[in-house]
Design a protein around this ligand. Structure first.
Ligand SMILES: Cc1ncc(COP(=O)(O)O)c(C=O)c1O
Length: 290
């Protein structure tokens, strides 16, 4: 499949307060965000032209930056409006929004207190993250050699670009070995999450999910926990040992991009795409399209 590079498309990108032609949304190679990882981002979905949980994402965007010791120079309300403007300018119907903030070029060293904070918001059509086949049969996952770092070793609650370094390496290794994605343990060896989505297990009709104390507490994760409770399903948030995977009948991932995607296997362990997963997929799909 021919790739359409992301820097060579038609449309408009919201950049530091105004919409600019897509190909002109550039930054300098001497940007602090590029060299030192001082960058945070969001991933948001658009369904039928409406942004799903726009404010929740922009609130997290603000928190992510504060955890990296910088402040986004727009209020959440201004960012909500900027996202709406970007969607409208590009006529997005079913798509993805990518707000990103980074430290600029005024200083090129570890200390960067006087750098300007830049913000851009791009959006594009995106039907699905995983293939329809993977969604039907379940993803093939393998366990990554990389572990999610402890909260006093990295700002793990931030959606910080730097935290994705091990995710990209984990996903590349998994894809090279014929898997769809990687499942990551945490610094204690407990189950954590996949490279871009949270983990749920169905154990004897109950929903179990790892406590997000060293990885992103996904907005989809919290939405799915609430949907499950509304359906009368018991939801248990706790530390989960990798050995407990074999006690699960079903397993799935959640994320803005992944939505709810069933897991078919983790290395040699297999799971069925069963009734709890299917019911939640259906309910989630109805909710986002309301
Ligand atoms: C590492 C990681 N964990 C979890 C998630 C799920 O978060 P959310 O449901 O807020 O998209 C994502 C996706 O944004 C992610 O990149």
């Amino acid at each position: 499949m021919a790739l359409i590079p992301f820097d060579d498309r038609d449309g408009f990108i919201w950049y530091d307060g105004k919409l600019v032609p897509w190909r002109e949304a550039k930054l300098h190679v001497l940007s602090h965000g590029l060299h030192y990882g001082s960058s945070v981002f969001e991933g948001v979905r658009v369904y039928h032209g409406k942004i799903f949980k726009n404010t929740e994402h922009n609130e997290r965007f603000h928190r992510s930056a504060e955890l990296l010791d910088f402040k986004i120079p727009y209020t959440v309300a201004e960012l909500d409006k900027a996202c709406e403007d970007a969607v409208k300018a590009n006529n997005i119907v079913n798509g993805y929004l990518r707000p990103v903030a980074w430290r600029g070029s005024e200083m090129m060293a570890i200390a960067a207190q006087q750098t300007t904070i830049h913000v851009a918001i791009a959006t594009w059509e995106m039907p699905g993250y995983f293939s329809p086949e993977a969604r039907e049969k379940g993803l093939k996952l393998t366990v990554s050699k990389w572990r999610r770092p402890a909260p006093d070793m990295a700002p793990s609650a931030s959606k910080a670009a730097g935290l994705y370094m091990i995710c990209t390496m984990s996903k590349h290794a998994a894809e090279r070995a014929g898997f769809h994605d990687a499942l990551m343990h945490d610094y204690r060896g407990l189950l954590a999450e996949a490279t871009g989505a949270n983990l749920f297990l169905v154990i004897n009709g109950e929903l179990h999910t790892p406590t997000p104390d060293c990885f992103l507490d996904g907005i989809t994760r919290r939405t799915v926990m609430q949907l499950a409770r509304d359906l009368g399903i018991t939801v248990v948030e706790r530390h989960i040992q990798p050995e407990e995977l074999k006690n699960a009948q079903e397993a799935f991932l959640t994320g803005t991009a992944a939505e709810i995607t069933p897991i078919g296997s983790v290395d040699d362990l297999t799971f069925t795409v069963g009734p709890v997963t299917k019911q939640l997929m259906q309910t989630y799909s109805e909710l986002v399209r309301k």
